[in-house]
Design a protein around this ligand. Structure first.
Ligand code: G6P
Length: 593
């Protein structure tokens, strides 16, 4: 979604801003713009991509600037609605992520006071408020402006009158990067990795006053000290490494990620989980909250924890949880969010924390917003994921959930031995990636259809949901994931020879029922692709096509099955010529409700 970048330093700002914005392209956007401060402000914006914008903008002199890539939520994509926004005098430029709930009231007041507006978006009130309050000091004017604003924001602003960048945040991420004689701001660390990996986090309700050699942080009128820290990711992580798409590269990284996560010495994890997550298991079920693919990981987590830790688990979409009031006594929760920035998930965490609940966050992004508001955080080690469709971050979330179960399951039980088998899963996943010809052919075959059903049972039901989600996200084929037993309660009406079914068969207690479901589907002359263990001749005999999956203990089958389904979706989308890494209308990080 929308991206903010800013630069102040010894170098010309314009090319650096373009490069920083380009690093955020993966988040999705429909317009972009930059503002450079010199004696005057120069502001250019359009409904173009960054490369195209760079071609039409003249060379601008100036070593301080801000930039923005916008993904329209309030006001259509247009030049006027694109950021940076500016005031009547053209002295103040602002880029903003978030939503200003009371902007209509503020706009009316400002218009009555003589301000002239040119866009239909909420952000435009900010430069006008700054203009109104400016008395020679940008941070004071912004502070005053923020007193009027109700909503969420990450803001970066510059003025032609002072050589500084001023930033502020509330409920929307913003970080400051530290280089030699230069400083950066960005809504996502990816933007600045070509220049620095030293960062300073701006926390809730703080204002950052940034010059080329200094960062000052102000909270409620007082200056506070904040240490910088180094992050592990580097800009190499953002290359395709010879793969045609980021998604494919990220799929191929998964065996390493599974291996690394299962080996990670998660300090205190056992203590955290047994003292917080497993405790009170008789009183309230453990609550898992997430959105999108992370929600599907949470559903797999339910099966893992219920089977191995003997606790009951309730899994909910964070976006739904936020709209009903009841939180049972002694609720403890796990939230899963790759980005750590999903607005609905953050809102759910705040709601739980306000109710006094313990919340453990699982996230991939160090220092992301969720880490500031959860009780504790466990990081996945997937590295930076660029492709909008989650693949390696999903597998990393699963791996952490298995790791929690491995560390906390009672060592005396047989389950501990089973979990120890997890260590081979990385090799099994690699096995699928070594032999992709068959999956490629089937993906290309699916590309010719308009509707595909995915069915699974038990721990592979969420994998049916995830497989269908991957296909629809990147190939635009209508796909639905179903618990196989539910097909008869409606979806059967849609089955025909032009609605293929992808059936996930695991050799667990759901095996016989799945075979029956495949037979039922076959009576409607539906083409069936079965994911089955490579030595399963029964399934081979009844399915039209098969994808051979290495034999693993069924509890781990989600980790191998999902790799095959990601590839299936990838090859279907590739055959259809889709923009695999940046699907239309979708964003990597959904920072609005
Ligand atoms: C967006 C992404 C999905 C992701 C979901 C939740 O919709 O496109 O890939 O699963 O957000 O994101 P999170 O960062 O909270 O895991």
């Amino acid at each position: 979604m929308c991206g903010i970048v800013g630069y102040i330093g010894a170098r010309q700002a314009q090319p650096i801003l373009y490069n920083c914005l380009a690093k955020l392209e993966y988040r999705g956007y429909d317009s972009c713009g930059i503002a450079i401060s010199n004696e005057n402000l120069s502001i250019y914006k359009d409904t173009l991509n960054i490369n195209e914008l760079a071609k039409i903008v003249p060379i601008l002199q100036g070593t301080t600037g801000i930039g923005h890539s916008r993904w329209a939520t309030c006001g259509e994509p247009s030049i006027c609605n694109a950021h940076p926004h500016y005031d009547c005098t053209g002295k103040f430029a602002v880029v903003h992520n978030g939503i200003i709930h009371n902007y209509e009231i503020l706009k009316k007041q400002l218009i009555a006071e003589g301000h002239h507006f040119i866009s239909s978006v909420d952000t435009e009130v900010i430069p006008h408020l700054i203009e109104k309050y400016y008395k020679g000091n940008l941070e004071e004017a912004l502070e005053e402006a923020l007193h009027n604003i109700v909503g969420s924001y990450a803001i970066a602003t510059i003025t032609s009158g002072e050589n500084k960048l001023v930033a502020a945040r509330k409920d929307s991420p913003l970080i400051i990067g530290v280089g030699e004689s230069e400083r950066f701001v960005a809504s996502d660390v990816m933007a600045m990795l070509d220049y620095t990996n030293r960062i300073v986090h701006l926390e809730e309700n703080e204002i950052g006053i940034i010059t080329d050699s200094n960062v000052k942080i102000k909270h409620k009128g007082s200056y506070i000290q904040r240490k910088e820290h180094k992050i592990e990711w580097n800009s190499n992580a953002t290359g395709k490494m010879g793969f045609e798409h980021y998604m494919l590269k990220e799929i191929y990284e998964q065996p390493r990620i599974i291996g690394d996560t299962l080996k990670t010495d998660y300090r205190n994890i056992k203590q955290i989980v047994s003292s917080q997550v497993v405790k009170d298991k008789e009183i309230a079920p453990l609550l898992i909250l997430a959105c999108g693919s992370s929600y599907h990981a949470g559903l797999v987590g339910k099966y893992i924890f219920e089977m191995t830790l003997g606790i009951s688990v309730r899994v909910e979409f964070a976006s739904e949880f936020n709209y009903y009031g009841h939180i049972p006594t002694k609720t403890r929760a796990i939230v899963i969010t790759q980005s750590g920035e999903t607005a609905d998930t953050l809102k759910a965490v705040r709601k739980l924390r306000q109710a006094g609940c313990y919340v453990l966050a699982i996230t991939n992004v160090i220092g992301s917003s969720v880490t500031h508001i959860a009780s504790e955080t466990i990081y996945t080690h997937a590295g930076c994921e660029i492709s909008v469709a989650a693949t390696k971050s999903f597998i990393a979330e699963l791996a952490v959930l298995y790791r929690i179960a491995m560390l906390c399951a009672d060592k005396r039980l047989e389950i501990a031995d089973i979990l120890a088998g997890a260590k081979q899963i990385a090799d099994k996943g690699r096995g699928i990636l070594d032999e992709t010809d068959g999956i490629k052919e089937l993906g290309e075959y699916l590309a010719g259809y308009n509707t595909v059903f995915y069915i699974g049972r038990g721990i592979n039901y969420p994998i049916a949901l995830e497989g269908a989600l991957k296909l629809k996200e990147i190939s635009y084929i209508h796909a639905e994931g179903y618990a196989a037993g539910e097909m008869k309660h409606g979806p059967f009406a849609l089955l025909s020879p032009v609605t293929p079914v992808v059936a996930i068969v695991a050799r667990d207690n759901t095996y016989e029922a799945m075979i029956n479901n495949i037979r039922e589907v076959k009576t409607r002359k539906v083409p069936v692709i079965a994911l089955m263990e490579e030595d399963d001749d029964v399934v081979r005999g009844i399915a039209d096509f098969v994808i051979n999956i290495p034999c693993v203990n069924p509890i781990f089958s989600p980790m191998v099955n999902v790799v095959a389904l990601q590839l299936l979706a990838y090859y279907a989308a590739r055959k259809r010529g889709c923009a695999i890494d940046f699907p239309r209308n979708l964003a990597k990080s959904v920072t609005v409700e």
